[in-house]
Design a protein around this ligand. Structure first.
Ligand SMILES: Cc1cc2nc3c(=O)[nH]c(=O)nc-3n(C[C@H](O)[C@H](O)[C@H](O)COP(=O)(O)OP(=O)(O)OC[C@H]3O[C@@H](n4cnc5c(N)ncnc54)[C@H](O)[C@@H]3O)c2cc1C
Length: 287
């Protein structure tokens, strides 16, 4: 059995494809009574090492997403990937505050805090969590929220591992239908120029704009366009949850600083008929 990183092959003693929260409860109780380790995986994106013993709980079958447009809360099973939440929320003109990849698991991402492309305008993704259903090490299914088991609730929004197995999470959604975002890619010769300019920019960048950079070493493969094949490139990621005109103006310096090899920056719109508004999570507003 594989993680997303195919260099890692798991070989536990028992694999449980949990389909209900009760399956998780029974798994934890069994591992406890047998004195064997237990671990959990959704997508395997975050697998640090092979699991070679004990009980391995896969949450992939916990795959439901329910959206309440009145409260703007998504209730998400532990096996769900962000892309499914984005699609379900978009039907209501809403959006989760996600990471960069639709293929990453919601619960694993939130357990690590979750710092995504809208981090500066909307904060950590875990700031938007309203509550969890979680099976503790004693095999009890409990709620962790601001009102119930608040210490566990706090720890689950960044503590990452060893805090129990989450079966479901409630996430507040933002009224966010359009973002000016994407990335600009620069050639090797311009990496230093762009990086120096970006560092200057970050000293007093506007709060609403989130940027990040990555240096990519692309393989020499025929599937890649010739100018990118085998090259070391810089990509600058940019996201602004506002109008296209403002986004273009805010991003202009990055189009001017050096020749852009690939320009994939533009208006991303989920529901064109809806007005563009953004909200911050109510819990953060309450301080
Ligand atoms: C392509 C890509 C893009 C990414 N982009 C971002 C980004 O923009 N921002 C960011 O912050 N991170 C990002 N990450 C990192 C990502 O958040 C972590 O790798 C995360 O742990 C993946 O969660 P998962 O559920 O997909 O993976 P899994 O390997 O299934 O889970 C990772 C870990 O989460 C815990 N976990 C999973 N399910 C449960 C559960 N039900 N109960 C309790 N614990 C559980 C376990 O400790 C598990 O080992 C990215 C990763 C990838 C591969």
């Amino acid at each position: 059995m594989f993680a997303w990183n195919t260099a890692i092959t798991h070989s536990p003693d028992v694999v449980v494809g949990a389909a209900t929260a009760q399956d998780v409860v029974e798994s934890v109780r069994y591992a406890r009574s047998a004195g064997v380790p237990i671990c959990v995986q959704a997508t395997g994106h975050g697998a640090p090492r092979p699991i070679k013993a004990g009980v391995f709980v896969s949450t992939r079958r916990l795959d439901t997403v329910r959206i309440d447009p009145q409260t703007r809360v998504a209730t998400v099973g532990a096996g769900v990937k962000w892309g499914a939440v984005v699609a379900a929320a978009a039907e209501h003109g809403l959006a989760p505050i996600t990471g960069s990849s639709p293929g990453v698991g919601v619960v694993g991402f939130l357990a690590g805090g979750g710092l995504g492309p809208l981090a500066r305008s909307h904060g950590f993704s875990s700031d938007w969590v309203r509550g969890h259903q979680v099976v503790t090490g004693e095999g009890e299914l409990v709620t962790a929220s601001a009102g119930q088991n608040p210490d566990l609730f706090w720890a689950l929004r960044g503590g990452k591992t060893g805090l129990g197995i989450v079966t479901e999470v409630q996430v507040e959604l933002a009224e966010l239908v359009t973002v000016y975002g994407g990335n600009l890619t620069y050639a090797t010769a311009d990496i230093e120029t762009v990086l120096r300019d970006w560092v200057d920019y970050t000293a007093d960048a506007p709060d609403g704009v989130t940027t990040s950079v990555a240096i990519l070493r692309l393989p020499d493969l025929p599937q890649l366009p010739a100018p990118l094949r085998g090259q070391t490139l810089l990509t600058l990621r940019f996201a602004y949850p506002g109008s296209e005109a403002d986004g273009v103006a805010l991003a202009q310096r990055f189009r001017d600083v050096a020749p852009v090899l690939v320009d994939r920056l533009g208006q991303i719109r989920q529901a064109p008929s809806r007005p563009c508004t953004t909200t911050r999570p109510s819990r953060r507003r309450a301080g």
